[in-house]
Ligand binder design. Structure first.
Ligand SMILES: Nc1ncnc2c1ncn2[C@@H]1O[C@H](COP(=O)(O)OP(=O)(O)OP(=O)(O)O)[C@@H](O)[C@H]1O
Length: 663
């Protein structure tokens, strides 16, 4: 049995009286607080009977405490009210609000130095003012049980027994995981939801986002910029406020991605860290099925790295164990091999290692994280789940299909040129990270899983081509499972041009392998489609570049505004004759009025955004153009150029910065 907290040996925590001979005159604190002292018979030197003198040190610090120690129960003592619930309609009396005699002697709250749940380094009473009156015999203040997470350093984060390639991916000090069964008292795995899925109805993400318990700080994107009012077609020279900012859908998309990247799950039962990755968030519904591609239960998580602060996707293959040297070799090679693949249509692979942080032996496969990504299967097969063995009439449009073909071909070119094979080309493992932008995911993972059955690279690369053909067929027929390829091809031909059918057939025939068939010979067949895809990518880039240009202007405006707001109307320098020459500040102030506080002929406020942006742009450029500024009392008028105002603003700001650094 452990001692109750606070009922402590007097030698350990009780404040000592000045001299041992005075101890008998001092009331024992354990009696005062707990009503008895366990150490009374074991040598406690303090007085265990009524009438003992109050502890001089406490008496000095808390007079109430001294008083209550002398007469612990008297007429002034607050009455005891049992805190019971109403029984049979009898309401309990309201609780007395007076200070309890038990707490009268409690030590003043003293925050702990070493964080929640840990003891201060020293409990000896100190003479500093902040610790004066600290009663070490009083029960300690403790925060409610809370799971505190402190990201550990990289070295500490790797649990012993994990297989962890070093940062260069080559040298290892390896002790492999032994299978440890999940302890029975481990909390049940929480239902895993994909908070990022764009189609909330299938993935439960809508419910996740809408529950304030799950995500209390959810952003209301639509509140940032409401729908614009209807307006008549305007002249080419006319602008609305929206024309000065990036398009609303792009802004919302970026904001959502940023939100999805930073999202955490409160009260998560997931392990706080897996090696140096923390803040894990599952990316998919909890499906307990074994993944047919991998032969293991597979689960993807978003996680943040302690090393570089970036976000990664961790794919966990549950129950994976390293049995042979070939597996160890394959895990070790993942990082150096896949570092060579830098392709915009491949999800970058970073690392593979085994870990027992989930309570079992798992393979962790680390790739880039793409917020709000959905798979091609989710995009194109989701609605056809009920018809998995029938061919749906809705299919991917031909233009989109060509775009997919070109992008996947480009991905395979990148992978094959690096002397590798993707091995996983499946609609459930191809991510759609932006409108029409696809990336091959989980590449190379089979190199680890099937390390004990090595195959020739050329065969694996031709198998990639065959899988590519199957993917096009599946997308074209809107059917993931192609039981009958001939029937599927016939259905495919009805919806697509002969060109697409021709390249699909070519890909499908690459297995079993034929000599001299490779990704280069495929690329030669789709050159014209590659050119048009390339062209549309350039157009997209141009559009993004011009949106970026608009934001650049906005950044300049913000900086100018910040400077102006910082130098104007500073109360602390109101009467300081040395604070930027009065004329200078007056000029800036009048300019501020000129820009923001314009009124029309009838004295009504003018809210002309074009005027504001025009003035600020000229100010930023230091234009020679002159403007007329009028004081508020309309008594004085000054004519000044933007350049002069800019110089004045810069001067005042420099003066302000100088004062900020001066002691
Ligand atoms: N690298 C990644 N970046 C961002 N999101 C990802 C990434 N990889 C996967 N996801 C997301 O995680 C979800 C689950 O991915 P996963 O590959 O496990 O698919 P799945 O449909 O659950 O496959 P299966 O049922 O075959 O295991 C996908 O819907 C996708 O949105």
């Amino acid at each position: 049995m452990t001692d109750p907290p606070g009922d402590t040996p007097p030698t350990a925590l009780s404040p000592r009286p000045k001299g041992r001979e005075n101890a008998k005159d001092t009331a024992c604190r354990n009696v005062t607080i707990y009503g008895h002292c366990r150490y009374e018979e074991k040598g406690c030197a303090f007085n265990h009977h009524e009438g003992g003198k109050a502890n001089p040190s406490t008496a000095k610090a808390t007079p109430i405490a001294a008083d209550s120690a002398k007469k612990r129960f008297n007429v002034d003592s607050p009455s005891f009210t049992p805190a019971s619930l109403a029984v049979n309609g009898n309401q309990p009396k309201p609780k007395a609000t007076g200070i309890s005699p038990k707490f009268a002697n409690a030590a003043p709250f003293k925050p702990k130095v070493a964080g929640v749940g840990s003891r201060p380094a020293s409990t000896a009473p100190s003479s500093t003012s902040s610790t004066k009156g600290y009663n070490p015999n009083a029960p300690e203040w403790t925060a409610p049980e809370a799971q505190e997470y402190l990201p550990p350093s990289y070295n500490n984060a790797i649990p012993p027994g994990s297989f962890q390639p070093d940062q260069n991916g080559d040298s290892l000090s390896t002790v492999f995981d032994h299978y440890t069964p999940t302890p029975s008292n481990q909390p049940a795995a929480q239902p895993q939801i994909n908070p990022y899925a764009q189609d909330g109805s299938t993935m439960g993400s809508r419910a996740y986002f809408q529950s304030s318990a799950n995500y209390p700080q959810q952003l209301q994107h639509h509140l940032y910029a409401a729908l614009p009012p209807h307006r008549e077609l305007s002249q080419p020279n006319q602008r609305t406020g929206r024309d000065f900012f990036i398009p609303e859908n792009l802004r919302q998309n970026l904001a959502r991605k940023s939100e999805a990247t930073r999202m955490t799950i409160p009260n998560s039962t997931l392990p706080p860290t897996i090696a140096h990755y923390h803040s894990l968030v599952p990316l998919v519904n909890n499906s307990q099925k074994t993944n047919t591609l991998f032969g293991y239960q597979s689960q993807a998580y978003k996680a943040e790295s302690n090393l570089d602060g970036r976000f990664y996707c961790l794919r966990r293959l549950q129950g994976y164990r390293v049995n042979e040297a070939s597996s160890e070799h394959a895990i070790r090679n993942i990082q150096p091999n896949w570092k060579r693949v830098k392709n915009g249509n491949v999800v970058s692979v970073h690392l593979a290692f085994t870990n027992s942080g989930f309570g079992d032996s798992s393979l962790i496969y680390v790739t880039d994280f793409h917020p709000l990504a959905e798979t091609l299967a989710q995009k194109h097969f989701a609605s056809s789940h009920r018809y998995t063995n029938r061919y749906s009439t809705s299919h991917v449009p031909e233009e989109t299909m060509w775009s997919y073909i070109v992008q996947i071909a480009s991905a395979l070119k990148g992978i094959h040129s690096a002397g590798l094979a993707a091995r996983v080309i499946d609609a459930s493992k191809i991510l759609l990270t932006d409108e029409g932008r696809v990336r091959l995911n989980a590449c190379g993972i089979l190199d680890v899983i099937q390390a004990d059955a090595p195959q020739a690279l050329v065969d694996l690369q031709r198998l990639d081509l065959h899988l590519f053909g199957k993917l096009i067929l599946a997308l074209g027929t809107n059917n993931a499972s192609q039981h009958n390829q001939t029937e599927a091809l016939q259905s495919f031909s009805k919806s697509y041009s002969p060109r697409i059918r021709q390249v699909t057939s070519w890909l499908l025939e690459r297995f079993p392998p034929r000599p001299n068939d490779n990704i280069d010979s495929f690329l030669l067949q789709i050159t014209s489609e590659m050119a048009s895809t390339f062209d549309s990518t350039l157009h997209q880039n141009d559009a993004l570049g011009s949106h970026l240009g608009i934001e650049l202007e906005n950044a300049r405006m913000v900086r100018l505004n910040i400077k102006m707001s910082m130098v104007l109307e500073r109360p602390e320098y109101k009467d300081d004759p040395h604070w930027a020459a009065h004329g200078t500040r007056e000029c800036i102030r009048l300019f501020r009025d000129y820009v923001f506080h314009q009124v029309d002929g009838q004295g009504r406020p003018s809210t002309d955004l074009g005027h504001i942006l025009g003035c600020l742009n000229r100010l930023d450029a230091g234009s020679e153009e002159k403007i007329m500024l009028t004081t508020r009392d309309e008594e004085t008028v000054i004519v000044v150029s933007y350049k002069e105002i800019k110089t004045a603003l810069e001067g005042a700001f420099v003066d302000l910065c100088r004062r900020a650094t001066r002691s």
